[in-house]
Design a binder for this molecule. Structure first.
Ligand code: CP
Length: 307
């Protein structure tokens, strides 16, 4: 594995191996001294063209725990703001000895360009590109499910709800969870859930309450991505909350051991009520914690191979 741009870069075996390594890294993170020497002398650059809290910070912690040198570059405080192209920025980072570039970009396909155009030889990790993919989020989500429900995800019923259209998290999760044998249902309003998502191997539902009636093992709520909406969304917020929010009433209808997931950041009161976000069945903060472990595993696999 040279890059991680998409879940499509993985087959079932390599995905399961990464999750196993992620679990080992989670155990390292429970030690008093959370440090491995693996990437001593290597340089990881976090190149972020879009805001982030969880992904950027957990990549920084992950690389630091593996003893790499870490540089954070935010596009709006770099020469990108003066008009420097992606190619020139990447070649500049490589000249500064970047062994790995972790990139988040507003444009779908930007990480694939860096990986495939031959501009640079650094390893590339996709930290979320436009509405395309967020592979490390999907890996940390699967690791979280494994920790709660056991390593085998075959036949697990996963319901992903909300703004599917704009969600790179949904796309990566469908690809990975299908690879691991889970059954996926996508539920959302027609305007935010194109029928073509069925081609990814998921069922599609336009009624949240009907889908909850199927007693899913996991309900994964998605953030309403107002910043990617072409029209003003505020007029329809009340309708959205009525039809698509994990509300108190819907929370009461979930089974006793149903996992409540959300990649964050959450809009409390819009797609999820506070009671659901803070419920003992919620894995939201466990997902954040696993972000460090899974990113340690990915950096280790790309930069240290099997060693
Ligand atoms: N889940 C996620 O990608 O969060 P951030 O945007 O804070 O990185």
């Amino acid at each position: 594995m040279k890059h991680l741009v998409s879940i499509r870069d993985l087959d079932r075996h390599s995905a399961e191996e990464l999750l196993k390594l992620g679990q080992e890294m989670a155990q390292v993170n429970e030690r008093a001294i959370k440090k491995l020497p693996t990437l001593r002398g290597r340089t990881v650059v976090n190149l972020f063209y879009e805001n982030s809290t969880r992904t950027r910070i957990s990549f920084e912690i992950a690389a630091t725990r593996l003893s790499a040198d870490v540089i954070n570059v935010s596009a709006d405080s770099s020469s990108v703001a003066k008009g420097e192209s992606l190619r020139d920025t990447a070649q500049t980072l490589q000249a500064l000895d970047a062994d790995c570039i972790v990139i988040r970009h507003t444009e779908s396909g930007a990480p694939a360009q860096l990986a495939n155009m031959g501009w640079i030889s650094s390893a590339i990790i996709n930290a979320g590109d436009g509405t395309h993919e967020h592979p490390t989020q999907a890996l940390l989500d699967s690791l979280t499910i494994q920790q709660r429900r056991g390593v085998q995800l075959d036949g697990l019923k996963v319901l992903i709800v909300g703004d599917i259209l704009h969600s790179r998290v949904a796309r990566s999760n469908v690809l990975l969870l299908r690879l691991l044998g889970a059954d996926i249902t996508l539920a959302g309003p027609e305007t935010l859930l194109p029928k073509e998502f069925e081609k990814l191997g998921a069922s599609v539902s336009y009624n949240f309450d009907d889908s909850l009636g199927e007693q899913p093992d996991v309900v994964m709520m998605l953030r309403v991505q107002r910043e990617r909406m072409l029209e003003n969304f505020s007029n329809s917020e009340a309708n959205y909350t009525r039809d698509w929010s994990l509300s108190r009433t819907r929370l009461q209808n979930l089974s006793r051991d149903c996992l409540i997931m959300h990649p964050g950041p959450i809009n409390r009161g819009l797609e999820i009520c506070s009671e659901a976000a803070d419920d003992p069945r919620s894995t939201i903060l466990q997902q954040v914690k696993n972000g460090v472990a899974i990113r340690m595993a990915v950096l280790h696999r790309l930069l240290a191979g099997d060693s």
